[in-house]
Design a protein around this ligand. Structure first.
Ligand SMILES: [Mg+2]
Length: 163
């Protein structure tokens, strides 16, 4: 079960504080796109996504997009942002993610992966040996059962010491 347990749990990227990331020693954030940064298949970043990426940059944290979606979707989403981006990442496989971490010049201990899916994002990050953060899928933000599951995981996570 540990492989599916995120290091951190937040309701949304808007709840992730830049100072918290700095305190935790994060220098690089890998980001899932669909349902993490924006609603599923939203063509371009919205205000929330842009604000979060700006926050990361302001704190000197490198953002990198890691999506299982196809090249055209990732490229058009990233057109304005101009971030390092990996399409067809094949999460939960780790090869492309590990290559991105290497190319970013980041140490694994300082990398955080943020995603909305336990079985792809969190599992992939944990397999890579990096820290992971689960957010509520944007399309489910108002659904109760997921919040209950998250509260359950959150309690489990918080009951352990953070790495
Ligand atoms: Mg997603």
């Amino acid at each position: 079960m540990k492989k599916f347990t995120p290091t951190y749990v937040f309701d949304s990227i808007s709840d992730i504080d830049g100072d918290f990331l700095k305190r935790e020693g994060i220098s690089c954030v890998l980001l899932d796109i669909d349902n993490t940064l924006v609603p599923d298949n939203a063509p371009c970043p919205d205000a929330r996504a842009e604000a979060f990426i700006e926050l990361l940059k302001r704190k000197g944290i490198k953002p990198c997009l890691i999506s299982n979606n196809k090249q055209s979707r990732v490229e058009s989403f990233n057109a304005k942002l101009g971030l390092k981006a990996v399409h067809r990442a094949h999460k939960p496989l780790t090869r492309k993610m590990l290559r991105a971490v290497k190319e970013l010049g980041a140490k694994k201990e300082s990398v955080l992966f943020i995603g909305d899916q336990l079985l792809t994002d969190i599992y992939a990050g944990n397999r890579c040996g990096i820290r992971t953060c689960l957010v509520t899928p944007i399309s489910l933000e108002r659904e109760n059962c997921f919040f209950k599951l998250k509260r359950f995981i959150e309690k489990k996570v918080l009951s352990r010491n953070f790495r």
